[in-house]
Write a protein that binds this ligand. Sequence first.
Ligand SMILES: [Zn+2]
Ligand SMILES: [Zn+2]
Length: 179
Amino acid sequence: MNCPSCAGKLYKYKTHDAAYMICDSCFGHYFLEADIKKLHKPKIWDQIISDAKPIKSKRKIPCIKCKNKMVEIEVNNNDQIVKIDRCHNCKILWLDQDEIEYLQAEKCDLENALNKEKIISEIDTINMNSLIESKLAEVYLDSQLQDMKLMRKELKKREKQSNAYKNSDGWEIFEDFLY
Ligand SMILES: [Zn+2]
Ligand SMILES: [Zn+2]
């Protein structure tokens, strides 16, 4: 199926909250009003649509379902003016690439909230990581100290056992420990 706006191809595309038919070239897309209502409070969306003004336009975007010419309307969402095409019968919209951004006030809020949550969890992760790192460092130091204590103990034991190391720099002993 071809894009009603350019020569591109239309593809079905589904996210967790909406289904689209989207053009792979201009990214215009058919969008169900029912899906926008999930993002807005339904009453607010109905108000936006009833306040929308039809525009005289030469655009000929056919409805994907009934094939009738869609009506271009000017929609005002939180003072963002967006021109969209709508089939009044099927309640299907045609949106150009970025128009959806202006229609999704609540989703944007949701995204912001989610982003904030993401940032907070990232901070938590950083804190957690540095906590783990410092704990690991403590454990590592502990084990190093333990090793050193053992080493010193062993050295003293060996020194007592033999006088052979008395004049050496002690590296022979360390080599025993290292391998
Ligand atoms: Zn297109
Ligand atoms: Zn239609």
